[in-house]
Design a protein around this ligand. Structure first.
Ligand SMILES: [Zn+2]
Length: 63
């Protein structure tokens, strides 16, 4: 996002990798017996602190 949807600020930190470091998360799914993890990314508004979470690859079988 270019502007915060909550407060309208454009003081945004984009593309923070939520799935690395000491806060580890992700959606696991199985593709031909190979478990994979879809990493989450976040945009953070530095003014109000709200966060938008998204993934870069949406064309997956999320079952
Ligand atoms: Zn904001």
């Amino acid at each position: 996002m270019d502007k915060c949807i909550y407060c309208g600020s454009n003081n945004i930190e984009k593309g923070i990798s939520v799935g690395s470091g000491n806060f580890k998360t992700g959606l696991r799914h199985v593709n031909f017996l190979v478990p994979q993890v879809e990493w989450f990314y976040a945009d953070l508004c530095k003014d109000c602190g709200s966060v938008r979470i998204y993934v870069k690859e949406t064309n997956r079988n999320w079952d």
